[in-house]
Design a protein around this ligand. Structure first.
Ligand code: FAD
Length: 222
C-alpha cells in the first residue's frame, strides 16, 4: 500500500510539497486552516532570483548577507540563492507566466524580483492550488490542534473538525509564521505560529531544539 502523506498548510511551501510528492506517486492530503489564509496569498512584491545575464546566485547571496548584517545563516542563504533560479525555471516550465520585467527592490544591487503584476503571491498560490487539485491532491479546510505521539514517533494528529486522525505515515508541517501575534502587523490572522508551537512542544519532549525563531518578516519592511 502506498504511504499516506498529510501536509498541514496550503501556502506556497505546502502546495509545492504536495505537488512534488503527488508527482512521485504518493497519496497526499493537504489540511489548511484557511484556503486563502497564510502569507503566500497576500504577498505582493515577487520572488528574488538571479536569472539576469549580469547577475549570479553568488551576487544575490552577497547582497543578502550584507543587508542581513551578521544575522543570516550563511549556509541557508547560499542554498536559497542558488536554488532560486531553478525554482523560477520550474514554475515557468509548469506554465506560470511572470511579467517580463525584473524589478529592483531594497537591498538588491541587481534587478532580480520576478513578479506577476503586484499580486504575485495570490496568483502563484492559485496556480499551485489548481495544479495540486488537477494532480489529485485532496485539500480540506480544518485546523491542526495537536500531535499524537507513540514511542517517540508521530502516529497521528488531532484536528478541530475531524478529531483524531491516526495511522499517519508521514506528516509535513508547512504552517507559516507567527507575525500576526505582533500588535502592529501586516500578517493575516492565520499566522499565529501554530506550527512552530506544535513542533517545539514535540521536540522538547524528545530533546530536540530549534536554532532560532526570532527573525520574522513584516511587509512593507523597515
Ligand atoms: C504582507 C506580506 C507581503 C510579503 N511579500 C513578500 C514578497 O514580496 N516576496 C517574498 O519573497 N516574500 C514575501 N512575504 C513573505 C512570504 O509571503 C512568505 O515567506 C511565504 O509566503 C511563506 O509561505 P509558507 O507556505 O511557508 O507559509 P504561508 O503562506 O503563511 O502558509 C501557511 C499555511 O498554514 C496554514 N495553517 C496555519 N496554521 C494552521 C493550523 N493550525 N492548521 C492548519 N493549517 C494551518 C495556513 O492556513 C496557510 O495555508 C510577504 C509576507 C507578507 C505577510
Amino acid at each position: 500500500m502506498r504511504p499516506l502523506i498529510y501536509i498541514i498548510g496550503s501556502g506556497i511551501a505546502g502546495l509545492s510539497a504536495a505537488i512534488a510528492l503527488r508527482r512521485a506517486g504518493y497519496d497526499v492530503t493537504v489540511i489548511t486552516k484557511e484556503l486563502h489564509g497564510g502569507s503566500s496569498y497576500v504577498s505582493k512584491g515577487g520572488i528574488a532570483a538571479a536569472t539576469a545575464i549580469d547577475d549570479s546566485p553568488q551576487m544575490h547571496a552577497e547582497d543578502t548577507l550584507r543587508v542581513g548584517d551578521g544575522l543570516c545563516d550563511v549556509e541557508a542563504v547560499r542554498y536559497f540563492t542558488s536554488e532560486a533560479p531553478v525554482i523560477i525555471e520550474e514554475l515557468i516550465r509548469m506554465g506560470f507566466e511572470f511579467d517580463k520585467d525584473l524589478r529592483l527592490e531594497g537591498g538588491h544591487f541587481r534587478r532580480r524580483v520576478h513578479h506577476k503584476t503586484d499580486e504575485t503571491g495570490r496568483v502563484l498560490t492559485e496556480f499551485l492550488l489548481k495544479e495540486a487539485v488537477g494532480l489529485g491532491v485532496n485539500i480540506v479546510e480544518d485546523e491542526l490542534m495537536a500531535l499524537q505521539i507513540g514511542d517517540g514517533v508521530i502516529r497521528g494528529f488531532v484536528t478541530r473538525e475531524r478529531g483524531l486522525i491516526s495511522n499517519v505515515d508521514y506528516l509535513v508541517l508547512a504552517m507559516g509564521g507567527y507575525a500576526y501575534l505582533w500588535q502592529y502587523t501586516s500578517n493575516p490572522s492565520t499566522n499565529t505560529g501554530d506550527g512552530v508551537a506544535i513542533a517545539l512542544g514535540w521536540g522538547r519532549g524528545f530533546g530536540y531544539g530549534v536554532r532560532s525563531i526570532s527573525p520574522n518578516h513584516n511587509n512593507p519592511g523597515r
